[in-house]
Design a protein around this ligand. Structure first.
Ligand SMILES: [Zn+2]
Length: 158
């Protein structure tokens, strides 16, 4: 895949999230907002609001529109903001992927960790609404005993 194709795929995925969010909030689609989203996908790497404003200058998009769009993209789960200290504190934004929702099973005996992809649990958690809270991503750790340790325990008990 070329760089342009990767950017286009990223944009299509982000746009799908945006459309679903806009529909759920009964908002109107906006051409300018989508132009900002395209710039986000071109920047891709963690970026600051200032960097996005600069990237949108060529399209003559106002600073206010960029900031409003940023907030909306975070609310829609397209971007997540992290505060990183680099000389000064500035919020950096980066595209959120489904990989941000982490589920792991951990053996309390041997410490073995396995990543699991439980679609039903993933769906349950990501579609929950908590009052006064906007979920960005989640981590779930499930503790127990792995197959190997369980077998060893059973042998020891014999
Ligand atoms: Zn184990």
């Amino acid at each position: 895949m070329t760089k342009a194709e990767v950017t286009e795929n990223t944009y299509q995925a982000a746009d799908a999230k945006l459309r679903a969010y806009i529909r759920s909030k009964e908002m109107r689609p906006s051409k300018v907002r989508n132009m900002v989203l395209r710039q986000v996908c071109i920047l891709k790497k963690p970026f600051t609001a200032d960097q996005l404003v600069k990237a949108c200058e060529a399209d003559r998009i106002s600073v206010g529109t960029v900031y409003n769009s940023l907030r909306l993209f975070v609310d829609a789960g397209i971007l997540r903001g992290t505060n990183r200290q680099r000389g000064q504190i500035a919020t950096e934004y980066e595209l959120q992927t489904d990989k941000d929702c982490v589920m792991q099973i951990i053996c309390t005996r041997c410490g073995r960790v396995a990543r699991i992809d439980d679609k039903a649990v993933h769906h349950l958690v990501t579609t929950r609404k908590y009052s006064n809270f906007n979920m960005a991503h989640f981590s779930l750790y499930v503790y127990g005993e792995c197959k190997i340790c369980r077998r060893l325990t059973m042998i020891a008990q014999q």
